[in-house]
Write a protein that binds this ligand. Structure first.
Ligand code: DQA
Length: 145
């Protein structure tokens, strides 16, 4: 089971970016944590990060045939993008949305997720642990449980 983990804009700056909001875990450390969780779950993971909406759409379009599921933190595009959820629906792979913060308890403009309806489940507000929950969900989902 091969999972594509997609991170959207500014997540490459984790650790230095607004640490009071997003924590001190760096992007590289987050990837190490995800790699370790995936190994425990016997999942293979690959990562894609971009600050560009079209590049995220291209990565989603290229996923079928290479990946069995998608774990995505669309970051700010969560609240603005139609193209990303359209791409997720177009490829039809099981997708999980994750957010480090609880977007339902932040500024009003973050409370709307255009991407969530194209995903099977959302984990928000759990910090990096949300990625672990997402991997666990995909493992169960792909095993048919
Ligand atoms: C985020 C929440 C978004 O509102 C924000 O734009 C991000 C990160 C999160 O992981 O909490 O960049 O997706």
């Amino acid at each position: 089971m091969n999972i594509l983990v997609i991170n959207g804009p500014n997540l490459n700056l984790l650790g230095v970016r607004e640490p009071a909001v997003y924590g001190r875990t760096t992007y590289a450390e987050l990837l190490d944590m995800i790699r370790a969780w995936a190994a425990e779950l016997d999942l293979s993971v690959e990562f894609f990060q971009s600050n560009h909406e079209g590049a995220l759409v291209d990565a989603i379009q290229d996923a079928p045939g290479q990946y069995d599921g998608i774990l995505i933190n669309p970051a700010a595009y969560t609240h603005t993008s139609i193209a990303i959820p359209d791409a997720l629906r177009a490829v039809g792979l099981p997708a999980v949305e994750v957010h480090l913060t609880d977007i339902t308890r932040r500024e009003p403009f973050r409370r709307i997720s255009y991407t969530a309806p194209a995903c099977e489940i959302t984990y928000a507000g759990l910090g990096p642990e949300g990625y672990k929950k997402g991997l666990e969900y995909l493992k169960r989902r792909l095993a048919g449980r």
